[in-house]
Write a protein that binds this ligand. Structure first.
Ligand code: 13P
Ligand code: SF4
Length: 320
C-alpha cells in the first residue's frame, strides 16, 4: 500500500475515533476534497459548521474559514492544517484601518465579505459570501447607505446588478484579480461552444465575458445543469476537480492568469492554472498531523468573537 493511501486511511480512522468532521473548500487539492466528509463554498462551510454535532472540526481551507467555524462553535475544537494559510483579500482589510473607515461613515450599514479576519468582522453589521451578497444587499432599503468591504470587485458587481451605490473598500483577491481578458478571449476562439464561468471576485472586464457569474457552488451547479459541454472556468482551479467529477463527460478549461510565471524555476509556468497558494498549503500530511495532535487550534479572543458572531449569525438568518 502506498504512503498516501496509508495517510488517507489513518486520517479516516482518526476522524472516526475522535468524532471529527473534515470539511474542505473547493479550492484545496482534489485528494483532500475526496477525503473530506463535506465540501462546499464559504457559505455552505459556515452553515455546516453551525449545525455539526462533531466534537472536532478540521477546516481544510484558509484561516478565516477556521475562524468563522470557531466563532460559530465555541464548544468545539476547530483545527486548521496550516495556520499560515491566510487570504490576500482578508489581509487587504486590516481591522484597525477598517474601523477608522467605518467610524468616518457612522450612518452606514457595514457589510463585510466573509473573507475577512474575525477582528474586521467585529466592525461589521452583516457578513455576506458571494452566494448571498445580492440577496442580503437587496434585503436592505433601496436608499440605505452601505459600506461594502473588502472586495472591490465583488462590491462593484453587486452595485451594478442591484443599482446600489455602496461605498467600497479597496481590497482584492490576488488570484481572481489576475485573470486576463485577452487569454479568455483566445480560449473562446479555440472553443467557440464553451460557456464562460466567472467568480465575482474577478475584475469587471472579466466578469463582462461571463455566461454565468457566481460563487464556487453556483458555478458548479450551473456547469452540471447547463447543456454546454465545454466551460472556461475563471476562478481558482481547485473547483475543476469537483466539476470534472460531477460531469465527467464535459470539458473544463481553467482560465489562465495574465502572467504564468513559475517562481521556483524562474520560467513561464507549464501549467496555465490560476492557483491560490494559501489553499494549496493544505496537504494530506498536515491534515493527518493536525488530527493526530489536535492542533493547531483556531482561537479567537472572546471579546472579538462576541462581536463577530452577530454579523455572521445575521448572515445565516438571512440565508435560510
Ligand atoms: P466561495 O466559495 O464562497 O465562492 O468563495 C471563494 C473564495 O475565494 C474563498 O476563498
Ligand atoms: Fe483568499 Fe483569493 Fe485565496 Fe480565496 S482565492 S482564499 S479570496 S486569496
Amino acid at each position: 500500500m502506498s504512503k498516501t493511501m496509508d495517510l488517507k486511511a489513518e486520517i479516516r480512522r482518526l476522524a472516526k475515533e475522535k468524532n471529527a468532521v473534515i470539511m474542505a473548500h473547493y479550492y484545496v487539492d482534489g485528494e483532500i476534497q475526496d477525503l473530506a466528509d463535506f465540501i462546499g463554498d464559504s457559505l455552505a462551510l459556515a452553515q455546516e459548521a453551525a449545525k455539526t454535532d462533531a466534537d472536532i472540526i478540521v477546516l481544510c481551507g484558509v484561516h478565516f474559514m477556521g475562524e468563522t467555524a470557531a466563532i460559530l462553535c465555541p464548544d468545539k475544537k476547530v483545527l486548521v492544517p496550516d495556520p499560515a494559510a491566510t487570504c490576500s483579500l482578508a489581509e487587504s482589510c486590516p481591522a484597525d484601518e477598517f474601523s477608522k473607515f467605518v467610524a468616518a461613515h457612522p450612518d452606514h450599514t457595514v457589510i463585510s465579505y466573509v473573507n475577512t479576519t474575525a477582528a474586521t468582522k467585529a466592525y461589521t453589521d452583516i457578513v455576506v459570501t458571494s452566494s448571498n451578497a445580492r440577496q442580503i444587499v437587496e434585503s436592505l432599503p433601496q436608499d440605505a447607505k452601505i459600506i461594502f468591504g473588502p472586495d472591490q470587485n465583488l462590491g462593484s458587481y453587486i452595485n451594478s446588478i442591484t443599482g446600489r451605490n455602496m461605498l467600497l473598500w479597496n481590497g482584492a483577491c490576488h488570484v481572481h484579480a489576475r485573470f486576463s481578458v485577452e487569454k479568455i478571449m483566445e480560449l473562446k476562439v479555440q472553443h467557440p461552444g464553451a460557456k464562460v464561468l466567472v467568480h465575482p471576485e474577478c475584475k469587471g472586464p472579466v466578469v463582462k465575458l461571463a455566461d454565468k457569474v457566481g460563487s464556487t457552488a453556483a458555478l458548479l451547479k450551473y456547469a452540471i445543469a447547463d447543456e454546454a459541454t465545454e466551460f472556461i472556468v475563471a476562478t481558482e482551479s481547485g473547483i475543476l476537480h469537483e466539476m470534472q467529477k460531477q460531469a465527467p463527460q464535459k470539458t473544463f478549461i481553467p482560465a489562465p492568469p495574465e502572467e504564468s510565471f513559475d517562481e521556483s524555476t524562474g520560467r513561464a509556468a507549464t501549467c496555465a492554472c490560476n492557483e491560490c497558494e494559501y489553499m494549496k498549503m493544505v496537504t494530506l500530511e498536515k491534515v493527518y498531523r493536525c488530527l493526530r495532535d489536535e492542533q493547531p487550534v483556531v482561537s479567537v479572543a472572546p471579546e472579538i468573537a462576541e462581536r463577530a458572531i452577530k454579523p455572521i449569525k445575521r448572515m445565516l438568518e438571512l440565508s435560510k
